[in-house]
Design a protein around this ligand. Sequence first.
Ligand SMILES: Nc1ncnc2c1ncn2[C@@H]1O[C@H](COP(=O)(O)OP(=O)(O)OP(=O)(O)O)[C@@H](O)[C@H]1O
Ligand SMILES: [Mg+2]
Length: 499
Amino acid sequence: MKPINVLIIDDNKGDAFLINILLSDLSTKFNINVASSLADGIIYLKTNKTDIILLDLSLPDASGMEGFNQISLLFPFIPVIILTGMNDKELAEELVGKGAQNYLEKIDINTKLLFNSILFAIRRNQSELQYQGLFNSIPNGVILINPDLSFIVNKTFLEQFGYTSEEIQKKTIFDFIPDEEKQKQKERIFDGINGLVIPNIYEAQGLRKDGTTFPIEINPKIIELNNSIALLGVISDITVRRKLEIEIEKSRKEIADASKMNAIGRLAGGIAHEFNNMLNAIIGYSKYLMGAFDNNSEYYEDVKEIYHISKNAASLVSDLLSFSRKREVKLEVIDIMVSIQNIINMVKRSLPSGITLEYDDTFRENLLTIKIDIMHFEQIVINLIMNAADSMEDGGVIRISGKLLTIDNMIDNGFKSDELISNDYVQLSICDTGSGIPDDVLDVIFEPFFTTKEVGKGTGLGLAIVYSMVKQHYGLIRVISDLNKGTCFHLFFPSAYKV
Ligand SMILES: Nc1ncnc2c1ncn2[C@@H]1O[C@H](COP(=O)(O)OP(=O)(O)OP(=O)(O)O)[C@@H](O)[C@H]1O
Ligand SMILES: [Mg+2]
């Protein structure tokens, strides 16, 4: 057996000498050191490996509990045996409750008692440390609640709830539960410590020291401890799991939306293609008939009407075809601010008089270039301007602006890195001060043929075309709408600007 390093802190030289004598009789070797004040003891402990401390309770520089408190604070891992005289036995008993391993009455001390006490204290201390190490290394938060509602927690619990081990001493178990759940949790805890049936596992909210809450999963168990029942709770922080669940749900919805759009697109495209052939025949024949009739003939105007209506129908079909990506795409690099200026000049006159178009060109000096089919770009912007105008029956403002964003800006805006394909994005925003879009409508605005407009006013293809064209150019769309305040359509295209 390795020699055992003992430190006696006792100012009574006689007592220290006696202990020394008693222990030197044994075959186990003891290295005994004596400090005659608490201060000397602390200095010694700081630089010398010590297996056990024998601490007298009446020292010149610390009396009663004080000495033990300081030692256990500074050296929590070294076991302490209290040495007592005639009049401090009660105090010694109290200190055993506070973590001292044992106490010995000086008048009773003999070799056997001393030896056994020391070995037992060292062993018990080791097993306590092992148990504590194990308890604290559990990656879940653990709380053990006694019937009197006193509790202990492990290190992970402290980390989860943001407390230090000192701070938590002053808390009650209800300080970890947000107000709205207090009643329910209280009932469960009382059921638990009264040995009643409690749920196997359940989800709840935890309340951190800083007042924030986080989702937790509690796995409670009623256990028997020291002849009484206690409630053990194993607590997992499920913030990450929750986030993932939301992400998965969002992706699932996105995939479902995208495949629905694809299916409708294919269907519309198929019909449009067939329909186009028929329309071309109608247009061809009506044109031929127009030529065949004299301008003054009573049939001429009727045929002309057939011709015009078929032409309109053909333009609708052409919209359908562009939505279903059946048209050939001609990519070129454009400066969006230059193109927008042209589009504004085109549409300005067709807007109702109460509507102003504002164009923010403070970002002009940035080259906002993207690679796109210019016809598509015009169609996207015109559709969004028309929708904005339609939402403002009593007039209002349409603001168009653009800016350059880095991939980090995009991520800050909430986009996921796996949906981004470029280091820089050009953002084009078209905002109005119109009616806004109710949440339930917002979910479906991009669906082909969805419209809230009267029959004859809208076909509901505008945004479906915008969506399909933006996607075709690897762009992203985000709509922010405030009821009765207005709507912003933000489009994000990979920048074509290369340094
Ligand atoms: N800026 C906006 N403000 C308020 N509601 C809008 C706005 N843009 C779109 N919407 C809503 O989305 C619906 C669908 O728009 P979409 O452009 O696809 O079709 P539409 O404008 O109704 O018809 P179309 O564009 O085919 O003539 C609109 O009917 C409207 O309810
Ligand atoms: Mg529209």
